[in-house]
Design a protein around this ligand. Structure first.
Ligand code: PEP
Ligand code: MN
Length: 353
């Protein structure tokens, strides 16, 4: 499984929960007719908020899932939360396992799962924890890596958020982006659990593709309105087909795009090199001013001059189409560094006295 190398994103689809033989077989058959769909998902054990809700079919569901795979040829994936789940899923030849958002928050559970998967060569997808805690997510990866699990991918399913939002789970795109920059693992975006409704699926999937996701997980049910779990966010296979045809798949590695990008990136690199040279020169002049201030007993911070400089820069920046916020932040940082440099000069000179 080489998600990052594949030209098109991996599309994983299937019901939130496997409810009956009929339901999973009919859904799988319809999904198998959509060429983009490459993997069949189905929840066997469902982590439910309240105790009396439907908690999944358990082992008999695995029998049907294996049947669906045999008939359609689609590899399968399910959620595991305990070592017993791992054992049963492997017994029924599930091809990939995912660790759910509620499990990833608990390092004890994650460790037990990592131990259960020691020496087993099966792809493991790790969902983000429900809370926006990058370290917890990273920690889960480290536990599986230490256990020797090689085929790891991240699933972004959004985060619990205290503010009102149109999403069921707030995307906070910066967190999965940061994760993939630190770990270089493929990223799958579970748009169904981010959105929590059907209406937002298309724009959210497009946004994920624009940000270069490696895959999409989208829940699909042969009769979504009757689904025993997550009815509001599931769509029919026909609707999935429609949704996929409305998405723009952007090239990640296509030749000409790469070439244009390489040119632009080269330009950015040159500009950055110039900026660095200029910054170094500015610091050098600032140091000379520091020496002068010391000799003439002038304070380091000259507030009036600084306020004037900043106002002038903001006005010039405005003419150049640069936001006042950017100018403010950049020059505040530069000014701060200058003050520190000059203060050090004052200190070192006084030490010599
Ligand atoms: C699911 O994929 O059906 C599920 C329960 O997801 P999550 O762990 O992201 O809530
Ligand atoms: Mn679900």
């Amino acid at each position: 499984m080489d998600l990052e190398q594949s030209a098109t994103p991996l599309i994983i689809s299937g019901p939130c929960s496997i409810e009956s033989e009929n339901q999973i077989m009919a859904t799988a058959r319809a999904l198998a007719k959509i060429p983009e769909v490459k993997m069949l998902r189905g929840g066997i054990w469902k982590p439910r908020t309240r105790p009396d809700a439907f908690e999944g079919r358990g082992e008999e569901g695995l029998v049907w899932l294996r049947e669906a795979k045999k008939e359609t040829g689609l590899p399968t994936a399910t959620e595991v939360a305990t070592p017993e789940h791992v054992e049963l899923a492997l017994k029924y030849e599930v091809d990939a396992l995912w660790i759910g958002a509620r499990t990833v928050v608990n390092p004890f559970s994650v460790q037990q799962l990592a131990d259960a998967l020691k020496g087993v060569d099966v792809p493991v997808f790790i969902k983000n924890p429900v809370s926006p805690d990058l370290n917890l997510w990273l920690g889960a990866f480290e536990r599986f890596q230490k256990a020797g699990v090689k085929q790891l991918a991240a699933i972004h399913r959004g985060f619990s958020y205290y503010k009102e939002s149109p999403y069921r789970n707030f995307p906070m795109w910066e967190i999965p982006i940061e994760l993939t920059q630190r770990l270089y693992v493929p990223l799958i975006t579970d748009v169904s659990h981010i959105c929590g409704n059907r209406e937002l699926l298309l724009p959210t999937a497009q946004k994920a593709l624009d940000l270069a996701t490696d895959g999409l997980m989208i829940e699909c049910h042969i009769n979504p309105d009757e689904a025993l779990t997550d009815a509001r966010q599931q769509i029919t296979p026909e609707e999935l087909k429609q949704l996929l045809s409305n998405l723009t798949f952007r090239a990640k590695n296509s030749g000409s795009v790469e070439h244009d990008l390489a040119n632009l990136r080269g330009e950015i690199d040159d500009i950055d090199a110039e900026l660095l040279q200029l910054l170094a020169r500015r610091m050098e002049v600032s140091a000379q001013i520091g020496e002068y201030k010391k000799r003439n007993n002038v304070t380091v911070v000259q507030m009036d001059r600084w306020k004037k400089i900043l106002a002038d820069h903001i006005a010039t920046g405005n003419d150049l189409g640069l936001s006042p916020q950017l100018i403010n932040e950049v020059f505040e940082a530069i000014h701060q560094a200058s003050i520190e440099r000059q203060s050090r000069i004052m200190e070192s000179n006084s030490n010599q006295l």
